[in-house]
Design a protein around this ligand. Sequence first.
Ligand SMILES: NC(=O)c1ccc[n+]([C@@H]2O[C@H](COP(=O)([O-])OP(=O)(O)OC[C@H]3O[C@@H](n4cnc5c(N)ncnc54)[C@H](OP(=O)(O)O)[C@@H]3O)[C@@H](O)[C@H]2O)c1
Length: 276
Amino acid sequence: MSKNMIWITGADGHVGTALHKVLPEHGYHVLCTNKEDVDVTDMDAVRLYAEMNRPTVIINCAALTNPSECEANPEEAYKVNAIGARNLATAAERLGAKLVQMSTDDVFDGDSEVPYNEFDNPVPRSIYGKSKLAGERMVSSLCTRHIIIRSSWVYGTGADFVHEFLEADGRIEVASDECAVPTSAKELAKVIMNLIDGTNYGIFHIVCTGGPVSRYEYAVKLKELTGKDIEVKETAGQKHVRPVYSLLDNMMLRICGLEEPADWKESLQEFLKEMR
Ligand SMILES: NC(=O)c1ccc[n+]([C@@H]2O[C@H](COP(=O)([O-])OP(=O)(O)OC[C@H]3O[C@@H](n4cnc5c(N)ncnc54)[C@H](OP(=O)(O)O)[C@@H]3O)[C@@H](O)[C@H]2O)c1
């Protein structure tokens, strides 16, 4: 059976880069675009590219992801995160393609003391979270064959916390009151591949198992696994733009009989081993 033809938008970003590395290794034909090739906020450009290339799956990784930048430029945040998603949703619908919309734990307020599942009501606080939720709603209302994926603390390709730790100059300050689950991009990509090939639709939380973990504990684990001589200093009580507690529960994966990603400590260890 021939594999799906997949169009990844925002392919030079963090998650896009991981996906376009992993998917071809598994035999998928992948088309990658960045902002210069196809600006997702430009409806005509999105339609033209979609009609010319006729992908069977679109994975939307294009986004404005810096929470502080979103607070400073809310219109730009909604334009990219909501209107961009809308444009891809209508293009996918016209083609009868699947749309995989990347989203985030920031759609929750972070006030819960138990993990958030896919049926919990999202209440975003930040512009980033609000604009990503608006994007989710555009996708679910405009594209029949949609899969919305929320993840957290993705690492794997460079501009992430693992690399920030590895590049720290002897000392790193990290919050002990910010909790989520570090998720390996490779593990995320594996689950996305299963979803692309299957017949499940809807919202899926995809995070590594074994959490929650604070940023501080995450840094301490990195220190233990790498043996690096870096002092890890704990901070707390600072103002966070992101939710403080945002543990996502992969409930949909479990109830749909799909495999969850590996434990965060094991995948982190494997990632560091592969880096050497
Ligand atoms: N990384 C994480 O920890 C994480 C966690 C949960 C969810 N997610 C979700 O995963 C998705 C990808 O995140 P990421 O970490 O890969 O973000 P990223 O590294 O910031 O990448 C986003 C990409 O989108 C591109 N882009 C921005 N505006 C665009 C436009 N108008 N048209 C086309 N491309 C545009 C950016 O290009 P420029 O750099 O040129 O602007 C960048 O290459 C997002 O939906 C995010 O919410 C990420």
